[in-house]
Ligand binder design. Structure first.
Ligand SMILES: [Zn+2]
Length: 68
C-alpha cells in the first residue's frame, strides 16, 4: 500500500521533498517554468504584434501633446 503522504510527479517520479508545493519534481518544475516563460513571451509577442503599432502611435501622440 502506498503512503498517503507520498506524492508522485506527472513524470512518475516520487516527490521526496515534503515542502514541495507544486506537486512536481525539481526537473519538471524547471520544465514548467520554461513553458510558462515561453508562453508569456509568446503572448507578449502576439500582443505586441497585434497592438504594438497602435500603442506606439498612442505613445507618440502623448509625447506630441506633451511637447505642445
Ligand atoms: Zn517530474
Amino acid at each position: 500500500m502506498r503512503n498517503k503522504t507520498e506524492r508522485v510527479c506527472l513524470c512518475g517520479r516520487i516527490i521526496i521533498d515534503p515542502k514541495n508545493k507544486t506537486g512536481l519534481c525539481p526537473k519538471c518544475e524547471k520544465t514548467a517554468e520554461n513553458v510558462l516563460t515561453f508562453t508569456s513571451l509568446a503572448a507578449l509577442g502576439f500582443w505586441a504584434k497585434k497592438y504594438g503599432p497602435k500603442v506606439i502611435k498612442g505613445v507618440g501622440n502623448i509625447i506630441k501633446s506633451l511637447k505642445k
